[in-house]
Design a binder for this molecule. Sequence first.
Ligand SMILES: Nc1ncnc2c1ncn2[C@@H]1O[C@H](COP(=O)(O)OP(=O)(O)O)[C@@H](O)[C@H]1O
Ligand SMILES: [Mg+2]
Length: 272
Amino acid sequence: MTLALRGEKLTRTFASAAGEVHACVDIDIEVAAGELVVVRGASGAGKTTLLNLLGGLDRPTSGKVWIGDVEATALDEDALAELRRERLGFVFQSFGLIPILSAAENVELPLRIVKTPPAEREERVAEALRLVGLADHAAQRPTELSGGQQQRVGIARAIAARPHVLIADEPTGQLDSRTAATVMDLISELVHSQGLAAIVSTHDPLLVQRADRVIELHDGRVTSVAGATASVAESAAVAETDAAAEPATVSEEPPHAPLTRAEAREQRRSAD
Ligand SMILES: Nc1ncnc2c1ncn2[C@@H]1O[C@H](COP(=O)(O)OP(=O)(O)O)[C@@H](O)[C@H]1O
Ligand SMILES: [Mg+2]
């Protein structure tokens, strides 16, 4: 098993007016090549903090991060930025596309930044758009695409430089549940066909069935780790709730597990 990403005893404490916030406490985590790990937790559980630490966007208060065989936490800012560009692809909840650029130009932008030669750029952009099923939409601008298609452009942009690791923070947070499922299916397909390592956060219990492993976060701590067997059992349960909900929207689907207050609030908000 090739480890693509590893966090050891990751702790991140923020100082705030109300005192210290323990956003991540003593978290051990590993993601192998070809593996999709889902980090699940309510709003405020520490998902973004954990992904930022693993992606070298933030530094832990204590603990270490390895990206491949390089200890990221031992690098200075410039070396860390270079490692990030070389090994990691990021996908965000808000898509982060530039409105005046076409889908292809959005995907090309990070390749321009690292000065990939034009011919190779063209090839990689075409390949990435093909992998996400948008080869025929290359010339369209984000406003001419649906939310699901926009996020697929976001994913194409993240994988265009052929990263080893994909880090996606609530990539389906702005999508309806059916589109969210297709985006998760796409990520799962890419992980398994391209040998990518992916870590994806979500607060949506319905999306965990695509994961090879699920890590549950609560108040900055890992409360459970479930392997593929658990996700298979879970997917059977989800299939039933899916069939019952017609049409499927976040608000109309029966919750898979009792919701915390924060989750219920989040669901209501996304239903508006
Ligand atoms: N820069 C920051 N300064 C202070 N507190 C923060 C900061 N970032 C996150 N937090 C706090 O850390 C906790 C975890 O936040 P976050 O990682 O964003 O959770 P999630 O992504 O699961 O919603 C929350 O209590 C949040 O308010
Ligand atoms: Mg978050």
